[in-house]
Design a binder for this molecule. Structure first.
Ligand code: CA
Length: 297
């Protein structure tokens, strides 16, 4: 088996997100919580991989809306990384009364992974690899023991450059070049999500205008309300994998990333990496996500 999703074996999911520069991270959190309601897995933590403290408040606002306000929220410890990068997170915090800021990301990772059973966590990354690379550098044994697999919105297949990798290339290359043996990594590469356009319509404002995800889409898109779905696809695949017939996987690949953040995938039975492939049209996939974005908790 290439990748065992939560739908086939219940594991917890930790989401590592740059919530702020794009609003698909807010949509991805909505997808996470609606699929959590369906499949019943744990989400012990959500990590903000940027220095923007409003990202943490936005995560909490969305978690609280979906009934999970107590989930631990960590953030990147260094200052200045995408710190003022969001058109929506300060507004979401203000509208929903959330204070900015969160715990140190490594402290949260240490705590929740130490408490987890071996091989029981799927790590989903939908932003640059700052906090995930820090975990891998400083707690490699813990990572290897507890994390069953990684699903990342990152890179381009078969080769190229993608923002989540190159914007902090040292961390991106370190993370993907140094994953522990036996920890498969599934990539939702740039081309999976970018033409899956999802979000809301102006008519939705009456029903969803008081929700944090709608507000994130509204503020980020200047009211157009529709956006690419990069991050939604990665969360979705971590939960359902190939079981719902929407995505498949390539053959086994080796992923190599240079210090500038350029990536190359090459076939390798022992490479441990796979890229998602689409088995449905962009319109069919968009309809699936649009329905999840409209499901109320
Ligand atoms: Ca993201």
């Amino acid at each position: 088996m290439k990748f065992q999703p939560v739908a086939e074996k219940k594991r917890s999911i930790i989401l590592d997100t740059d919530i702020g520069p794009d609003c698909d991270d807010a949509g991805a959190l909505a997808v996470l919580w609606r699929l959590q309601a369906r499949y019943g897995f744990d989400v012990p933590a959500v990590i903000n991989c940027t220095s923007n403290p409003y990202g943490c408040g936005t995560i909490r606002a969305i978690n609280r809306y979906y009934g999970h306000g107590g989930v631990a929220v960590g953030m990147y410890e260094k200052e200045g990384f995408l710190a003022d990068s969001s058109r929506y997170s300060p507004g979401v915090c203000e509208a929903f009364g959330e204070e900015p800021g969160g715990e140190d990301s490594l402290e949260v990772y240490r705590r929740v992974l130490t408490a987890a059973e071996d091989d029981s966590v799927i790590l989903v990354t939908i932003g640059p690899l700052t906090t995930a690379a820090r975990l891998l550098r400083e707690e490699r044994e813990l990572f290897a023991a507890k994390i069953h697999a990684v699903v990342s919105m990152a890179a381009r297949y078969p080769s190229g450059r993608e923002y989540n990798v190159y914007c902090q290339a040292e961390d991106g290359s370190y993370f993907f070049n140094n994953l522990p043996e036996g920890c498969p990594c599934v990539f939702s590469d740039f081309d999976i999500g970018w033409k899956i356009f999802t979000g809301f319509t102006p008519e939705d404002e009456e029903e969803y205008g008081n929700t944090p995800v709608f507000l994130a889409y509204k503020l980020h898109t200047d009211g157009r309300l529709v956006n690419s779905s990069y991050d939604l696809t990665a969360v979705h695949f971590a939960v359902t994998g190939e079981t719902d017939g929407m995505y498949g996987l390539t053959e086994a690949l080796r992923c190599e990333i240079d210090t500038e953040g350029n990536n190359v995938f090459t076939p390798d039975p022992k490479g441990g990496c796979y890229c998602m492939t689409k088995l449905k049209s962009d319109e069919e996939l968009a309809a699936y996500y649009n329905a999840l974005l409209r499901e109320k908790p």
